[in-house]
Design a protein around this ligand. Structure first.
Ligand code: SF4
Ligand code: SF4
Length: 470
């Protein structure tokens, strides 16, 4: 967590204090039930935010306390069970039994702070709780509008999102933490938008999102969430105005710029996409996915050196990001830097051994390095993983052809033709493999097919002439 955000959250907690019920002395000590610490954080109206876990971790670090309790806290919140099916923590692990109190009191999450001052109607408050009758009762779906500083808390959560290291996991983008929206009365309309999108009713969904965004025109997170819903369903162009609004309201949020970049990127606005990705990485240099996207877009524009530079930046942050290894390997191959390319492909294969195209690509580069045996192994692995991987069959076919293994070659080329009959080269090499087996008639058929698909395939025309003149 950045020191600046830590300070802002501390300030937020301080500003919240006067809005909470203030009592003389420690009434909780007198109550001595501490039932709240068996469910305050996990049974309240909203979940503990990821930002708050980071805040507690930072707090721990600053105090020089041992690390690790945050994970226990997460296990407590998620009601993690042991092998016997019993809750590992029935009481919050931060509860200090000796002191009869919270061991992280000044860093405790919002849900614990609100407990006592605000109760959602129907929430099972223990009878002996001092706050039971004086705590404000709030409705389930309006609670946060009635709770002070809710909006500010949401914007802090968005800022936290903008500073996180982003590796290959896109789920963070496509599944923003909506727990804070859930308690607002407009959430029903928001969900309706989602249902309409799922039913393919884009215009009606947009009406829902517009209504919410005009009602909360200064709330960047709402606009961001509407934009991500549209991204999730592939409506990138339609997502742009919402994400533009989010970026306008929170200009320093690198994550919003990143989301806008994705919307531009996949709606075909390459230059705008690049500009937004650059802004995203300027604001959050820990965004490996944005760097990779910059690599992809520069690659698409044929700017290979620039593309390589961005893939390298991505790999500095996330050395295990196998896609970046693979894409940069392909560029190195184009630049004829084969030994560097092979190193990256080998790493990509090691990190993602079940993905056939990586094995295929590694096979291709081994072939270029004249390592036929290694290449065969990779192609064979590829077809084992994906028995429909036509390029690997084709490569095996041509390799066997060069090795004089004609029957094996014919078998693989036939397979490639069966899997991808619209590829002229597949028919051509299948024809050549048949010729090696002296099957002239079949060879002629395949060569003709290859020329039907690609009349300018001169090698096929030449071979066909030779066969006819025999
Ligand atoms: S139940 Fe109420 S009074 Fe008792 S410890 Fe919890 S907050 Fe305090
Ligand atoms: S964090 Fe503190 S206040 Fe909150 S449930 Fe745990 S011990 Fe209680």
């Amino acid at each position: 967590m950045t020191p600046n955000l830590f300070k802002k959250i501390s300030k937020f907690y301080q500003e919240l204090e006067p809005h909470l019920i203030q009592v003389e002395g420690n009434v909780c000590k007198e109550c001595d039930c501490w039932e709240c610490c068996t469910f305050a954080a996990r049974g309240g109206d909203h979940a503990v935010a990821e930002m708050e876990f980071d805040y507690i971790e930072q707090y721990y670090q600053d105090k020089g306390y041992p690390q690790g309790d945050v994970q226990q806290f997460k296990d407590y919140l998620s009601r993690k069970k042991n092998d016997q099916g019993k809750l590992i923590y029935s009481i919050c692990p931060f509860f200090d039994q000796k002191q009869h109190g919270c061991s992280i009191y000044s860093a405790r999450p919002l849900s614990c702070r609100l407990y006592g001052s605000f109760f959602v109607e129907g929430f099972p408050v223990p009878d002996r709780c001092y706050f039971k009758t004086i705590g404000k009762k709030v409705k389930k779906n309006k609670s946060l509008e009635e709770i002070p500083l809710a909006f500010q808390f949401s914007e802090l959560k968005s800022e936290h999102l903008g500073t996180k290291t982003i590796k290959k996991d896109r789920s963070a983008l496509f599944n923003p933490d909506l727990s804070y929206l859930q308690t607002f009365d407009f959430f029903e309309l928001y969900q309706k938008g989602g249902r309409l999108l799922a039913d393919g009713k884009l215009e009606a969904a947009i009406q829902c999102y517009d209504e919410i965004c005009s009602q909360y025109s200064n709330w960047s997170f709402v606009a961001f969430c509407a934009g991500t819903e549209l991204i999730k369903t592939g409506h990138y162009k339609q997502a742009v105005p919402y994400l533009t609004q989010a970026v306008k309201l929170a200009q320093d949020n690198g994550f919003y710029h990143f989301a806008l970049a994705i919307a531009y990127h996949f709606s075909g606005e390459i230059e705008k996409g690049i500009a937004a990705y650059l802004e995203a990485v300027r604001l959050n240099p820990q965004n490996a996915v944005a760097y990779e996207a910059l690599g992809n877009l520069h690659n698409r524009l044929g700017k290979l050196e620039e593309a390589l530079h961005y893939y390298d930046k991505a790999l500095e942050i996330a050395p295990d990001q196998h896609e970046s290894l693979f894409y940069s390997g392909a560029i190195l191959m184009q630049l004829n830097r084969l030994s560097e390319a092979v190193e990256r492909y080998e790493k990509a294969v090691a990190l993602s051994p079940d993905y056939a195209p990586y094995h295929y690509a590694l096979g291709v580069i081994y072939e270029r390095l004249k390592k036929a045996e290694e290449a065969v192994k990779q192609y064979e692995d590829a077809v084992k993983l994906d028995p429909k991987h036509a390029p690997s069959y084709m490569s095996l076919g041509t390799l066997y052809l060069r090795e004089g293994l004609n029957e094996k070659s014919e078998e693989c080329c036939r397979k490639a033709v069966e899997l991808d009959p619209e590829n002229a080269l597949h028919h051509f090499y299948y024809g050549v493999s048949l010729l090696k087996l002296n099957q002239l008639q079949k060879t002629e058929i395949e060569l003709k097919k290859s020329l039907e698909i690609n009349p300018s395939l001169s090698l096929a025309a030449l071979l066909l002439d030779q066969i006819k003149s025999r």
